[in-house]
Design a protein around this ligand. Structure first.
Ligand code: DON
Length: 368
């Protein structure tokens, strides 16, 4: 449906003619700090010239239209409770759509490395489930939306499970605490390697983000102390917060994050490397959790209007998954009240509507 039978060469030719969307297969360099406002090249291995299908052209057009339509939108504001994030250029804007057969449609600031923030929670959940099984993770963490802000201490007090779900800060810190490892350092290496496998290339920490957040994360340390009171944290609290802070500070660009997202869409297998990163049987649980809690107290409205499992981060990224077909990844730092990127929501909503991607819609072309 997204672009199941993409014909790369024809799409590149079309993109070059249109001069807009970049379609590529090669990973971008890491941590490029400055990127052109608009990408200008397309590279791909030749696979034989064929005419792109109407659906493929429609997707490329939808990405370009969304970029043009929302580029000038200045609604929302950068997160500022982590000082580093307050000084990120709010006008940065990138879109990458990655299909399960490894095609990448990108536009905008696609080489800028931003912190993954809460989107990391999805992958630490996947790692915990890989190692411990879904039943154990569900029993130790749970999967209930809190209806409260992502960092809410009152949710820890009031929720019967206390942890809530693995995508709010308390549940995410508890999830990190669950991941088996002899030391915190070993756990961090394991997490970073797992994220890198999902991206299909080596990811690294953005040290300035980590330092900035570690100096100001008293709230998360308080959540860990509360979890200890309820016996819902499963390793040293402060060490767990520290590893969690590191995982949130991993740098990704839209293409790298797009590949991580497409790995979820592709039943846990990285579309480029072919490595089975996330156990297939856990994918439905992960996507269900993203549906109910991926955009925090904005999750209900998102499901209502867009109908795709998604996850946001206060760095400005959002991923949305079209199971079996691909993923839409957008980066733009200005956030709404719930901590979700305004432009990213607008872009994903635009593309999903244009392409009939709502999972709850029985439109006939959904399964094509
Ligand atoms: O712990 C925090 O507050 C951040 N490291 C992550 C929060 C976040 O990304 C919420 N997302 N929208």
């Amino acid at each position: 449906m997204f672009a199941k039978k993409l014909t790369a060469r024809a799409l590149i030719v079309a993109a070059l003619i249109a001069g807009t969307t970049v379609i590529s297969f090669a990973p971008a360099p890491m941590h490029a700090q400055a990127a052109p406002a608009r990408a200008a090249q397309a590279t791909a291995p030749a696979r034989g010239a064929q005419t792109p299908t109407a659906r493929e052209m429609q997707l490329r057009t939808a990405v370009d239209e969304a970029y043009a339509k929302y580029k000038g939108d200045t609604k929302g504001k950068n997160a500022d409770y982590i000082p580093y994030l307050a000084q990120v250029n709010p006008n940065l804007f990138g879109i990458s759509v990655v299909t399960t057969d490894g095609q990448v449609y990108s536009v905008g600031d696609i080489n800028y490395s931003f912190s993954i923030q809460s989107i990391s929670k999805v992958y630490s959940l996947a790692l915990a489930m890989n190692e411990l099984g879904a039943a154990t993770v569900f029993q130790r963490i749970g999967s209930e939306p809190t209806g409260r802000p992502f960092n809410s201490p009152s949710a820890v007090v009031d929720m019967p499970t206390h942890t809530g779900n693995p995508l709010v800060n308390a549940g995410a810190i508890a999830t990190v605490s669950l991941i088996p490892a002899k030391t915190a350092a070993e756990k961090w290496t394991k997490i970073l390697d797992f994220y890198s496998d999902a991206a299909g290339e080596k990811l690294t920490l953005i040290d300035e983000v980590y330092k900035s957040e570690a100096a100001t994360n008293q709230g998360n340390r308080a959540l860990a102390a509360l979890l200890l009171k309820y016996e819902r944290i499963y390793a040293d609290g402060l060490e767990s917060v520290d590893v969690y802070t590191k995982q949130c500070s991993v740098g990704v660009n839209t293409k790298q994050l797009g590949m991580m997202a497409a790995t979820l869409a592709n039943n846990g297998k990285n579309p480029l490397t072919g490595k089975q990163v996330i156990k297939t049987e856990n994918i439905p649980h992960i996507l269900a959790t993203m549906t109910s809690a991926g955009l925090y107290d904005g999750s209900g409205g998102w499901a209502w209007s867009v109908g795709l499992p998604a996850k946001s981060g206060v760095g400005g990224g959002i991923i949305a998954i079209v199971p079996g077909q691909g993923a839409i990844t957008v980066f733009s730092p200005r956030l709404d009240e719930a901590g979700n990127s305004v432009k990213a929501q607008e872009v994903i909503s635009y593309i999903a509507t244009k392409m009939n991607l709502n999972l709850y819609d029985t439109a006939p072309d959904l399964m094509k």
